[in-house]
Design a binder for this molecule. Structure first.
Ligand SMILES: [Zn+2]
Length: 342
């Protein structure tokens, strides 16, 4: 096989993917049609065209538009199953998938029913594609602290497969600091902690997520390079960065993949991982993310494999599962390496 096929065949881990942002355009269209929802879309092409953005705020607007079309908890099973089917096509073995209940609860959807529906999708995908998945819950930064605490109450009652919390949304408008209390409580509940930071705001937002929320990983962290002290800190403390290069390109956070700081972070020895964020909304996949890094930032096959191993290392799974995954990855990589030509 050639290098591009070898990159596609690499075993991968997806740590930063939003379930709703993975909805296939045809699935969204069928939900709109079957449920008789009023919308400006009558074809897949029109939906795909809507998935183009002028900036980050415009992307969030598009995302919230999709939230309006999800009127039944059962939709999550299909969306989750298809998301994992797509992941499996990029040889992803393990996924941590983000779900934002606070977007849907005010529209009358029930937390337990949504979580059950997602778990049904996960179970079916496990049987069909042998892919393992855990859930992380995005507390959504424009929600109130009371809402966040309510979500934690729900997780406490039915924690099935929920391993972590996250904080998504517009960080330029809603900084992380006020969420210190829910994050502290999540920690005592044994949940892992991640927050989106340094995507739509500067390095101060990353410092605040570290200091106020005690996060173990940062979602994005694109702007960290503006503060060399922060870069040193991330390296020393082994705080992983969940980087999503194509997402950053589509929302205008970077002007080209070539400008993306992932190469600099990787070369400096930071614990960087690569992820697809909202693959449908950004017309991407895990294979595409890896291929972009190869094409525009000269990542070699072995460097991309190192990125995969970084993801295994920082995954929120126990040491036993990590070593099993590591062994499997190493077997697959040796096989790929022996077949690659050119
Ligand atoms: Zn994200």
């Amino acid at each position: 096989m050639d290098t591009l096929d070898a990159i596609r065949a690499l075993p991968k881990v997806e740590l930063h993917i939003h379930i709703l942002g993975s909805i296939r355009p045809e699935t969204l269209l069928s939900i709109i049609e079957n449920d008789g929802i009023k919308s400006p879309y009558s074809s897949e092409e029109e939906i795909i065209k809507r998935f183009e953005y002028t900036d980050f705020a415009n992307f969030l607007q598009g995302y919230m538009e999709i939230v309006e079309y999800i009127t039944d908890e059962r939709h999550f099973e299909q969306i989750t199953y298809e998301m994992l089917n797509n992941c499996a096509k990029s040889n992803v073995h393990y996924v941590e998938a983000s779900f934002s209940p606070s977007d849907h609860i005010p529209k009358g959807l029930d937390f337990d029913k949504m979580a059950d529906s997602i778990n049904r999708g996960i179970q079916r995908a496990k049987q069909d594609f042998r892919i393992e998945t855990n859930i992380r819950v995005d507390l959504v930064r424009n929600s109130s602290i009371e809402e966040a605490m309510g979500i934690l109450d729900n997780i406490e009652k039915s924690p099935d497969n929920i391993i972590s919390i996250d904080l998504g949304g517009n960080e330029a408008q809603d900084p992380p600091g006020p969420f210190a209390e829910p994050y502290k409580r999540a920690s005592t509940m044994g949940l892992h902690r991640v927050a989106h930071a340094g995507e739509a705001a500067g390095p101060d937002s990353i410092w605040e997520a570290i200091r106020s929320l005690d996060v173990e990983r940062i979602g994005h962290g694109v702007t960290a390079h503006q503060d060399p002290e922060l870069v040193e800190y991330l390296k020393r403390e082994r705080i992983a960065l969940e980087m999503c290069p194509v997402s950053n390109l589509r929302t205008g956070v970077v002007s080209s993949i070539k400008e993306h700081p992932i190469r600099e972070y990787f070369d400096k020895g930071l614990l960087v991982t690569v992820n697809s964020d909202d693959p449908s909304l950004f017309h991407t996949s895990m294979n595409n993310e890896y291929l972009q890094l190869h094409e525009h930032l000269n990542f070699s096959l072995s460097e991309l494999y190192q990125i995969s191993l970084n993801s295994v290392q920082t995954a929120f799974i126990d040491e036993g599962k990590k070593s099993k995954l590591h062994r499997k990855f190493s077997e697959e990589y040796n096989e790929i390496e022996s077949q690659v030509v050119g």
